[in-house]
Design a protein around this ligand. Structure first.
Ligand code: GH3
Ligand code: MG
Ligand code: MG
Length: 315
């Protein structure tokens, strides 16, 4: 409430009230006054544009009535640290919610110093929130394929790996590498190579379950984390991927292993978390998947090969 001086005990109280309302009338933010028990006794007209509530529908009710239950602790924080702005979701009249930045300031009686009432400013930050979400998603997404990027992959693998060790369960990782992709680029050009990568990524995405996480791991490599999946399950998903890429029927002349079409080799590695297991970092699973992928390449490409890791449970 910087810029607004409001003395509660001013003898010319009526004038002050008029000044306060004049100042708040045209504000794009909602400006409210509440009693010490947080019952609103003034709400500026912006409440209607932002929340769909007319000021008279809000006055006489505690501010808590307009805040999502889940965010009430945030309100408590704003009250405990008056003057600090907090982000919380407020309830619109139509039942939906809107992100608001709220700041509550106590107004004291100038003679006694006793806190007398609250002045609260509420600013709609929905657009800012949406932009923040978009930016953070963008920072974790690969621009070409729309899959997760390497950073998102590293974070997810660390998280899923630790969960697997804690639970004593299992986790699988698929490492897919497009066969003879250098030749493909040389033959058809880099642009068509990019289109091919996009199509392969879409085919991979098409066979995944919601809990699986696929990422562009390198140039033409796609890594997929399959949480709580054993080796049989991993081979099943890998085979589906391989067949989905085959089914794209993207021509690649002079590529016998793919019978004239783009193909991929996939390494499928599974880590079992067991007492007495030796591997304690997710790099061991990556290494195993990489080894399996080269096994698939050496075995004639356009195929799936496997590897197993016994991880240290509880690590
Ligand atoms: P292999 O069957 O052994 O995997 O052979 P390969 O030619 O696929 O393997 P290599 O790693 O030698 O080549 C990968 C090629 O992938 C080289 C590079 O030109 C291409 N590549 C990597 N990233 C991109 C990309 O973003 N777009 C395109 N078009 N090509 C890419
Ligand atoms: Mg490669
Ligand atoms: Mg390759």
């Amino acid at each position: 409430m910087s810029g607004i001086t409001y003395q509660v005990d001013n003898p010319v109280c009526g004038n002050n009230e008029i000044n306060f309302q004049l100042l708040t009338e045209y504000s794009v933010d909602i400006i409210c006054r509440a009693r010490m028990d947080r019952v609103l006794d003034y709400v500026s007209p912006a409440s209607f544009q932002i929340l769909g509530w007319k000021p008279e529908e809000m006055t006489g009710r505690p501010v808590e009535d307009f805040i999502l239950d889940e965010d009430l602790p945030v309100l408590a924080e704003a009250i405990a640290h008056q003057g600090r702005s907090v982000l919380l979701r407020m309830l619109k009249r139509d039942g939906s919610t809107v992100w608001m930045e709220n700041r509550a300031s106590l107004v004291s009686d100038s003679a006694t110093g006793e806190p007398r009432q609250w002045v609260v400013t509420m600013r709609d930050v929905t657009e800012r929130k949406a932009l923040e979400k978009q930016l953070s998603e963008l920072a974790l997404t690969d621009g070409l394929t729309g899959l997760a990027n390497r950073r998102a992959f590293d974070e997810a693998l660390e998280r899923e790996w630790n969960l697997t060790l804690r639970e004593g369960s299992q986790i699988s990782l698929l490492l897919l590498d497009i066969d003879h992709f250098k030749e493909f680029n040389d033959q058809y050009g880099h642009q068509v190579g990019d289109d091919c990568l996009r199509a392969v990524a879409a085919a991979v995405r098409g066979v995944l379950r919601t809990s699986d996480i696929a990422a562009r791991y390198g140039g033409e490599e796609i890594a997929t984390i399959l949480p709580s999946t054993d080796i049989a399950g991993a081979v099943e998903v890998a085979e589906k991927m391989r067949r989905a890429i085959d089914a794209l029927r993207l021509p690649q002349e002079g590529h016998p292993e793919g019978r004239g079409y783009v193909s991929a080799s996939i390494g499928a590695a599974t880590a079992l978390a067991r007492q007495g297991g030796t591997m304690s970092t997710p790099e061991s699973l990556l290494l195993a998947a990489d080894t399996a992928m080269y096994k698939a390449k050496n075995g004639g490409r356009n195929r799936v090969a496997t590897a197993l890791v016994v991880a240290a449970m509880g690590g």
